[in-house]
Design a protein around this ligand. Structure first.
Ligand SMILES: [Zn+2]
Length: 511
């Protein structure tokens, strides 16, 4: 197959934007074997199928390094988002599609927006006998669509109800305490055993060329030290698998680190030996200067969820300073993207605009370049999705994951000659401009038509499942969580009085 663009555009390894007019990519099987001017490749491979009409933009497939893959977004499932700690009470009660349906729908949404690889972090429940089966069905659902998949099963084996929940329990009135006890006092060690068993079985069955299975314990404050060190040991034995954790998403979590360990949660992870090139922290809004220095020095990663952090009222991760320190930053949509539809181009735009506020100086702090932003959504997505050195760029030897983007709408009625094309894409491209998607040398969408998914049938299936609404168990759970809400909020309000915040970014001034 020859993929042909009017321009080939990608983030180069040196941080610049690579732009080549009239270039094409030749793939054999799932791998890129040659690149160069279209005429040369066509002459060298007569009769080869040509994809792309020479008017489009040829780019590497985009990568979502962090999603939970609900398929239907929260608003479509009737949940309004708020501060994470408030929303956690609602998340647990949200309507769920069947695992295979949810995965197929999530993949369809990603592919239609030009995303060729996603990392699904599964927020499973500790001691859930269905964890393995649920994950297996999701993985199969994804693979049936042709998308490239990183998959990390996760659980919390402590603090399931709230951070420091054994102490929180004491703040509840006696009758609620009784009701809540079973959620707080769980068998933490058994939870780890069952998780590891499920992990091994999933790894054995699915880890391969199209799917990478790695570790995703929910978050630091939800994992015992024994759980984290066990995961670390096994990840290293298996050749250095990524370990993906949510970390320091909110000020409450920052307070937790100080209360529980007398230090930042990153400092605690370092004490346990986890801060190295295989660590990936989701959100990481409240990393301090010391955390950033350490993460950069150890070649560790964060996934940046710009829109999600805004809608969840988390704040803004100091990505500008992280990049300046040499830290690895990949893009994650976290199923809460700016237009609620996994539009990866819109999300890049959000990142592009958001990090213009790092400083007020006219000279010290130039805006991030389009190449730096595209880099987060392509090259930098390779390692955190488990495909290091295999994806993220159009290069000989890498996987043939590419998109062709229609340039008509973004250049209408005209763009002056000499205009920076990277700037045009970052400012004007939309997911719906993606015309064709190729993953591992196979077409999965052509002229906006999905080739591996019957979208109408899938939508019909989704509608049928959704008609049943939420289960009785979910409604019961919601009623219970609403009863504890006032105590839960009061619990964290106390913590927030302890946190001292000194922002990296400047927005406005009280005086
Ligand atoms: Zn997340």
């Amino acid at each position: 197959m020859i993929l042909r663009g009017k321009y080939l555009m990608q983030a180069a390894a040196d941080g610049s934007m690579e732009l080549r007019e009239g270039w094409a990519v030749y793939c054999e099987g799932d791998t890129i074997r040659a690149m160069g001017p279209y005429e040369e490749l066509a002459a060298a491979h007569p009769g080869e199928e040509v994809v792309g009409d020479g008017t489009q933009l040829l780019m590497p497939g985009l990568i979502d390094s962090h999603t939970h893959g609900a398929g239907l977004s929260y608003v479509q499932r009737g949940v309004t988002l708020d501060y994470l700690e408030n929303a956690l009470l609602k998340f647990a009660t949200a309507f769920q599609l069947k695992p295979e349906t949810t995965a197929a729908l999530n993949a369809a949404r990603h592919i239609r927006n030009g995303c060729t690889t996603l990392h699904h972090n599964e927020s499973g429940a500790a001691l859930d006998p269905n964890l393995r089966a649920n994950c297996a069905e999701k993985i199969k659902g994804y693979l049936s669509t042709g998308i490239r998949l990183g998959f990390s099963p996760g659980i919390r084996n402590k603090n399931v109800l709230a951070y420091d929940d054994r102490e929180f329990l004491k703040t509840l009135p006696p009758e609620l305490q009784k009701e809540a006890e079973g959620r707080v006092y769980i068998d933490q060690e058994r939870a780890v055993e069952e998780y590891m068993e499920a992990f091994e079985s999933l790894y054995e069955e699915f880890n391969g060329p199209r799917a990478r299975i790695f570790f995703g314990p929910n978050w630091v404050q939800g994992s015992t030290d024994q759980f984290l060190t066990r995961v670390k040991r096994r990840a290293d034995e298996l050749g250095g698998l990524p370990i993906h954790l949510h970390c320091l998403q909110t000020p409450v979590q920052k307070a937790f680190g100080m209360r529980a360990y007398g230090k930042s949660l990153v400092g605690h992870l370092d004490d346990l030996g986890l801060v190295d090139k295989n660590l990936v922290l989701g959100h990481a809004v409240y990393l301090n200067e010391e955390d950033i220095r350490l993460m950069a020095e150890r070649d560790a990663y964060i996934t940046h969820h710009a829109s999600c952090n805004l809608i969840m009222r988390d704040g803004i991760a100091p990505v500008y300073q992280m990049l300046a320190a040499g830290m690895n930053v990949a893009m994650g949509l976290d199923e809460k993207s700016i237009n609620d539809d996994e539009d990866v181009f819109m999300e890049m735009r959000m990142i592009y605009f958001l990090h213009r506020h790092a400083d007020i100086s006219l000279t010290r702090c130039p805006a991030l370049t389009p190449a730096r932003v595209l880099d987060m959504a392509t090259r930098k997505g390779a390692r955190p999705t488990g495909f290091e050195n295999e994806i993220g760029a159009l290069e000989v030897g890498k996987k043939a994951d590419a998109i062709l983007v229609d340039m008509t709408e973004m250049t209408e009625p005209c763009i002056l000659p000499g205009t920076d094309l990277g700037e045009v894409v970052l400012r004007r491209a939309l997911g719906r401009h993606v015309d064709t998607v190729v993953i591992g040398g196979k077409k999965v969408m052509e002229h906006r038509k999905l080739l591996t998914i019957d979208l109408e049938a899938l939508y019909e299936e989704v509608r049928q499942q959704a008609a049943a609404g939420r289960t009785a168990a979910q409604l019961e759970n919601e009623a219970f969580l609403e009863k504890i809400r006032p105590y839960y909020q009061a619990w964290y309000e106390g913590w927030l009085k302890e946190v001292k915040l000194e922002p990296f970014y400047l927005f406005n001034s009280r005086r």
